[in-house]
Design a protein around this ligand. Structure first.
Ligand SMILES: [Zn+2]
Length: 149
C-alpha cells in the first residue's frame, strides 16, 4: 500500500513541476497566435501566475489538466480507488486555489476563461478555439455599461 502511495506522490510532484508549458497549454498558445492574438505568459504580478494573459482584451486564459484540476463530470477525472481521501483533498485544494485566483483576477477587472485538456482533442479543438476566440472578443466590450472597443 505504502509503495503505491509513494509512486502516486512522486508522479503528483512531477506533474506539479511540469504544470507550466504543458502540451495542452502549448497547443492553445499556438492556435491563439495563429488567430492573431498576442499574449504574455505566466505573469508573476497577477494572482496565481496565470498561464496566458491578453492585455489588450483584459482576458486571462487558464489551460487546466482535467485530472489535477478536477474537471467536473469529465471522463478524465476519476478519483483513484487507492488513497481516495488523499486524492480528494489534493484535488480539492487545487480547485479551491483555482477559484480563489479567478475571483481575485475578476476583482482586478480581468475576465477569466478556463479551458480543459479534454476540450482540445482532435475532434473538439476547432470548436473550442472558435468559442474561445468569440469569448475573448466579447469579454470586455461592455463593462459598467460602457462599450470599450
Ligand atoms: Zn475534462
Amino acid at each position: 500500500m505504502a509503495e503505491v502511495h509513494n509512486k502516486e506522490v512522486r508522479s503528483y510532484n512531477m506533474s506539479r513541476i511540469r504544470s507550466k508549458n504543458t502540451k495542452p497549454e502549448l497547443l492553445v498558445r499556438k492556435k491563439l497566435y495563429e488567430l492573431g492574438f498576442r499574449y504574455r505568459l505566466h505573469v508573476k504580478s497577477l494572482p496565481g501566475k496565470p498561464d496566458i494573459v491578453l492585455n489588450k482584451f483584459k482576458v486571462i486564459i487558464q489551460v487546466n489538466g482535467c485530472f489535477w484540476h478536477g474537471h467536473n463530470g469529465c471522463k478524465n477525472f476519476k478519483i483513484p480507488k487507492t488513497n481516495t481521501l488523499w486524492w480528494e483533498e489534493k484535488i480539492g485544494k487545487t480547485k479551491s486555489a483555482d477559484l480563489a485566483n479567478y475571483r481575485k483576477l475578476e476583482e482586478l477587472g480581468w475576465s477569466v476563461i478556463a479551458i480543459y485538456q479534454c476540450q482540445l482533442s482532435k475532434n473538439t479543438l476547432d470548436f473550442t478555439m472558435n468559442g474561445l476566440k468569440n469569448s475573448i472578443l466579447s469579454a470586455n466590450t461592455v463593462k459598467n455599461g460602457v462599450k470599450i472597443s
